[in-house]
Design a binder for this molecule. Structure first.
Ligand SMILES: Cc1cc2nc3c(=O)[nH]c(=O)nc-3n(C[C@H](O)[C@H](O)[C@H](O)COP(=O)(O)OP(=O)(O)OC[C@H]3O[C@@H](n4cnc5c(N)ncnc54)[C@H](O)[C@@H]3O)c2cc1C
Ligand code: SF4
Length: 338
């Protein structure tokens, strides 16, 4: 059995107290929310904080509310609550759906939105016990020097495996970060780096406080997930598709896409937007030809690495299939609504 190392556990009651505790703890301190990612990682010695600061007792980070027609979701909302929340389901059903697809009910009862969006990147050579990793002399992401996936590579290719992050990037949601220097707001896309080690642009002492979903404005979005076991596993491919429909007077104009974003999860160290796929949809009504062009465009840059589940060439093929399925769902929904 893997055991947690000993550590000091702190429970601040307000956000400023959490920031002060982190400043006191320095690099040895880490925030925790539901702990479903951090605690298993500590057992495997991926992260080794001596002080763990819980965010779960901080009222500013809980719940969600409507502000200026935008739904603002606190980072400590559990995935269960997120998927059931009426304002979230009304504002962005794709967010609720992605949260619903994370792992199992037990995990969703503990895991939070903030933890999901800050999730550590994953790799078959990294998500192993300390002894397993030691037997291969570790790897670049922790304790070692080489990347076993791409031995001549100067970077780590561990994979972004969050279900909710690709949806946030596709929607163009804003993340509210609070640190010792105050508050700043970053678009979801700018929160992530395509680097398996430095995968977040957030500073270690900053707390992801809330996520602002965009106001309804003629857009729609969906999320589709590929995994081995439908009731449990991490995504090996996630497809978030967002389209904005023309708000013209005639029914013909109302059927055209004016802007679109396709974002892939599970194929890179960040949620990867494929601008060519979005561009292929503009001016179309999501007819079969438009969908096929976008699916092709998404297939080309998708470069799954051999460090998660399934054969990587099959996973690449599935990009085309899943993008087409996601867009078909959006098209059907549009036709049903008009
Ligand atoms: C068996 C298993 C299956 C899983 N399956 C999936 C899956 O299918 N899809 C998926 O997306 N994920 C999956 N996960 C990963 C993870 O459990 C979830 O993503 C969960 O949402 C993480 O949230 P948490 O609150 O438990 O994070 P924690 O473990 O508390 O934290 C994760 C990381 O985020 C940081 N952090 C947390 N909250 C904040 C904040 N507000 N501000 C700044 N930093 C913060 C922590 O310091 C830590 O580094 C799985 C995990 C397990 C163990
Ligand atoms: S991609 Fe390479 S460096 Fe990164 S975790 Fe895997 S083996 Fe390690």
């Amino acid at each position: 059995m893997l055991r947690l190392p000993s550590f000091t556990y702190l429970q601040p009651k307000v956000l400023q107290e959490a920031l002060a505790m982190k400043a006191d703890a320095g690099p040895d301190g880490m925030y925790v929310a539901g702990g479903t990612d951090l605690y298993p990682n500590m057992k495997r010695r991926h992260q080794e904080p001596r002080t763990v600061i819980s965010l779960m007792g901080i009222p500013e980070l809980a719940g969600c509310e409507m502000r200026d027609a935008r739904c603002v979701v606190g980072s400590c909302m559990t995935l269960t609550d997120l998927s059931a929340s009426p304002p979230v389901r009304r504002s962005a059903p794709a967010v609720a759906h992605a949260a619903e697809l994370v792992s199992t009910p037990l995990l969703r009862n503990m895991g939070t939105l903030g933890g999901n969006l800050c999730l550590d990147t994953r790799c078959n050579y990294y998500n192993q016990s300390y002894e397993w990793r030691k037997a291969i002399d570790f790897c670049m992401k922790k304790d070692g020097h080489i990347c076993w996936v791409a031995p001549s590579s100067p970077r780590c290719w561990a994979v972004s495996s969050s279900d909710v992050a690709p949806v946030m990037v596709a929607l163009g949601a804003d993340y509210v970060l609070v640190g010792p220097g105050g508050e700043r707001v970053v678009p979801a896309a700018r929160f992530y780096h395509n680097d398996g080690i430095n995968y977040l642009t957030k500073q270690p002492d900053e707390v992801l406080a809330a996520v602002r979903l965009p106001a309804p404005d003629g857009w729609d979005a969906v999320y589709h997930k590929l995994r081995r076991r439908g009731s449990f596993d991490f995504p090996v491919l996630g497809v978030a598709a967002w389209v904005k429909w023309e708000q013209g007077a005639g029914s013909r104009e109302r059927g055209r896409v004016v802007e679109a974003r396709i974002v892939l999860g599970g194929v890179a160290s960040w949620p990867q937007e494929v601008p060519e796929a979005g561009a292929a949809l503009v001016g179309t009504d999501l007819s079969d030809e438009g969908v096929a062009a976008a699916a092709d465009a998404a297939y080309r840059p998708a470069k799954p690495m051999d460090n998660t589940d399934f054969d990587l060439s099959w996973r690449k093929q599935m990009t085309r299939v899943y993008v087409a399925r996601a867009l078909a769902e959006l098209g059907q929904r549009r036709r049903a609504a008009t």
